[in-house]
Design a protein around this ligand. Structure first.
Ligand SMILES: O=c1ccn([C@@H]2O[C@H](COP(=O)(O)OP(=O)(O)O[C@H]3O[C@H](CO)[C@@H](O)[C@H](O)[C@H]3O)[C@@H](O)[C@H]2O)c(=O)[nH]1
Ligand SMILES: [Mn+2]
Length: 615
């Protein structure tokens, strides 16, 4: 096969670059699930056979309603089982990759999005950028792009500072294998290390302190300038890029700006130890009030075009600005999947879980989504149709840009492709890239329809993943023990609710759009995967039967209308009762308020208010 021509012995080549293992106790779980199926059937039989016959019977409508709620719950439960019975875990072998391909590693473009310097402080954004620059990967093959939808010179200034600081930070990371590679996260985690008892400071004391000081000075400079909201003239004069901001540029109305902050092709762009630096590019796409900007999807599509012009790496890592890199080898691990000689060429993307480093002990809003991360998403990944979740995802550029996976696709790329094109000057590249980031560039093209991220849905990521899979590609879910990325989860009730509402509403829209997995995905992705998608897409409406179950039976109880069988027959109903009891106990207990069903509760309250904007 394509990449096997050189390097490695024959024996070595026979070994796959990753393996897949079924979750332990999968058989036992399936057995357990089948007992529930029996229970569900018994409930249906009971409901149908005991239906009050006479129309005058008081409880007739309550009974029918309860039967419909039971049907909804049963179907939804079956959807969840499609994923939960199919959990697999993936294990890449990064040593085999290095052994076989170290000299021929492909280029990787890292695309970071930010949208607002107030909501997403520039210091946080540059910490993400710095972490992405510090991967254990050949820097001449790495490019980091920042899309700034806020079009803010404050963010630009912060990136300028970060580019200078990276000359100290990157060699420091490599020398001492620093993780996490975000300076803010690293120094806050290891602040105890400045006490001399800790090994770290004994071994790397002076350098540690020097880098920490540099970081803090930089952070203070940025924070104080962000606070005033103005860039002093002295700093403006230091970089030509500031001239792009004229007095009438606003967040919603400005021309495209593309600035190459570090030219990774330049052999003289080196850190303090003389090591090469990765390419760093700032982009603010053109925004005009009369053009729809399509939010993050629009930003990523512009970034896809600009990065294709500048470095055109065959693989892409997509990060939100609040998700920093925690594992220096994550790029290599992801490449194991794409470069595996047997299965790699069909794989379009590899999704990591979204983990957070600000989860409180009790995680009262259940933002860590541990059931989804550990069972549901790996379960859908078991059908090789892992969901694309918008961030911490590695993509193959071709599949993201609309290519269809055909039988004769060989997954080839030029190993020089990762080497940045070197014939153009920085200025020429910037000017050519600006055109690609203009609003009018997408007019009458397939961008947002078949190419890049799909427009018109609040959860553009899920739809985009589905369309990629329906073009014949596979996708994997990879949840390593050592978390590869860490981010910031919503920490207050209102932000958590807004996020949950946007997700549930957006996903429900997909169900009624032409992208409904049962129709759009028919014959293209496995039935189990279609059901797995619908588990999420139907998450909002399943709150209605839940609401019914919460309200109607207690009312009937008060009025003496029987809805449930005598105790000896009620075993199948046990699980409802158990769930409701657990939920109540958890809500009441002050000590351990972990409401794992927080999402369900939100959905209950959000959905009756939810305007159904169907596309
Ligand atoms: O016009 C916009 C709006 C947002 N963003 C960026 O998009 C990312 C995600 O937006 P955010 O408001 O933080 O949404 P979340 O609810 O946190 O996002 C989750 O849900 C989204 C929709 O499913 C996914 O795209 C995200 O990756 C996922 O983290 C952030 O980096 C933003 O800077 C833009 O670049 N341009
Ligand atoms: Mn976010």
């Amino acid at each position: 096969m394509v990449h096997m021509d050189k390097g490695g012995t024959e024996e070595d080549e026979a070994l796959a670059l990753f393996e897949t293992k079924e979750a332990r106790f999968r058989g036992a779980y399936r057995l357990f699930a089948s007992t529930i199926v029996v229970g569900i059937c018994l409930i249906w039989v009971y409901r149908l056979s005991h239906l009050p016959r006479s129309a005058h019977d008081q409880g007739r409508w309550a009974w029918i309603g309860l039967f419909l709620a039971d049907v909804c719950f049963s179907l939804y439960w079956i959807f969840t089982q499609s994923a939960r019975c199919n959990v697999v875990y993936r294990y890449p072998f990064k040593d085999r990759l290095s052994h076989r391909y170290e000299e021929k590693l492909p280029g990787v473009d890292i695309l970071v999005c930010t949208a607002d310097p107030k909501m997403e402080p520039p210091t946080m954004v540059i910490n993400t950028v710095l972490s992405a620059m510090s991967y254990n990967y050949p820097p001449e093959k790495l490019s980091v792009y920042l899309s700034d939808d806020g079009g803010s010179e404050l963010t630009f200034y912060a990136l300028l500072e970060a580019s200078a600081f990276s000359k100290h930070w990157i060699p420091f990371c490599k020398k001492f294998r620093v993780e996490p590679m975000s300076p803010a996260a690293y120094f806050s985690k290891h602040s105890a290390a400045s006490n001399s008892q800790h090994d770290l400071s004994i071994n790397i004391g002076p350098e540690w302190l020097a880098v920490k000081k540099l970081y803090e000075e930089m952070k203070n400079r940025i924070d104080s300038i962000v606070e005033t909201g103005m860039i002093p003239k002295k700093i403006r004069d230091q970089h030509k890029g500031f001239s792009e901001w004229n007095s009438n540029a606003t967040k919603q109305d400005h021309q495209s700006i593309v600035q190459i902050m570090i030219d990774g092709r330049d052999k003289n762009a080196v850190d303090i130890d003389g090591g090469r630096l990765p390419m760093v590019v700032y982009m603010a796409r053109e925004k005009r009030p009369q053009w729809p900007h399509n939010f993050k999807a629009g930003a990523l599509n512009a970034l896809l075009r600009v990065s294709a012009k500048i470095s055109n790496a065959p693989f892409i890592l997509n990060l939100d600005c609040d998700m920093y890199a925690n594992d220096a080898d994550a790029v290599r691990e992801a490449l194991c999947f794409f470069m595996d000689e047997g299965k790699g060429k069909e794989i379009a993307f590899v999704q990591h879980p979204q983990n957070y480093d600000n989860i409180t002990k009790n995680d009262i809003y259940s933002t860590s989504s541990s059931v989804a991360n550990k069972f549901e998403l790996p379960g859908i990944g078991g059908y090789e149709a892992a969901l694309y979740c918008g961030t911490v995802c590695f993509h193959r550029r071709e599949s993201l840009c609309g290519k269809v996976c055909s039988k004769d696709y060989r997954g080839e790329w030029n190993s020089t492709e990762g080497e940045k094109k070197s014939d153009k000057t920085v200025n020429e590249l910037e000017e050519a890239s600006k055109v690609l980031a203009n609003c009018s560039h997408e007019k009458d093209t397939q961008w947002g329809k078949k190419m890049g991220l799909i427009y018109g849905c609040p959860v553009e990521d899920i739809v985009t993943g589905l369309t990629i899979q329906c073009r014949g590609w596979k996708s994997l879910y990879y949840n390593p023990d050592k978390k590869a990325f860490l981010g910031v989860a919503p920490a207050t009730l209102d932000t958590a609710l807004i996020q949950q509402k946007r997700w549930s509403e957006g996903m429900f829209q997909i169900f009624f759009s032409k992208y409904c997995p049962f129709i759009y995905g028919r014959g293209k992705i496995k039935l189990g995967a279609q059901m797995g998608y619908c588990m999420y897409l139907l998450w909002a409406p399943i709150s209605l039967p839940a609401l019914y179950y919460v309200i109607v039976p207690p009312l009937c109880l008060l009025r003496g209308i029987p809805l449930f069988p005598q105790v000896y027959l009620s075993l199948p109903f046990y699980s409802y009762a158990r769930d409701i009891c657990i939920l109540c106990l958890k809500c009441m207990s002050k000590k351990q308020v972990r409401v794992n069903r927080f999402r369900d509760i939100c959905a209950i309250y959000a959905s009756p208010l939810m305007p159904l904007r169907l596309t």
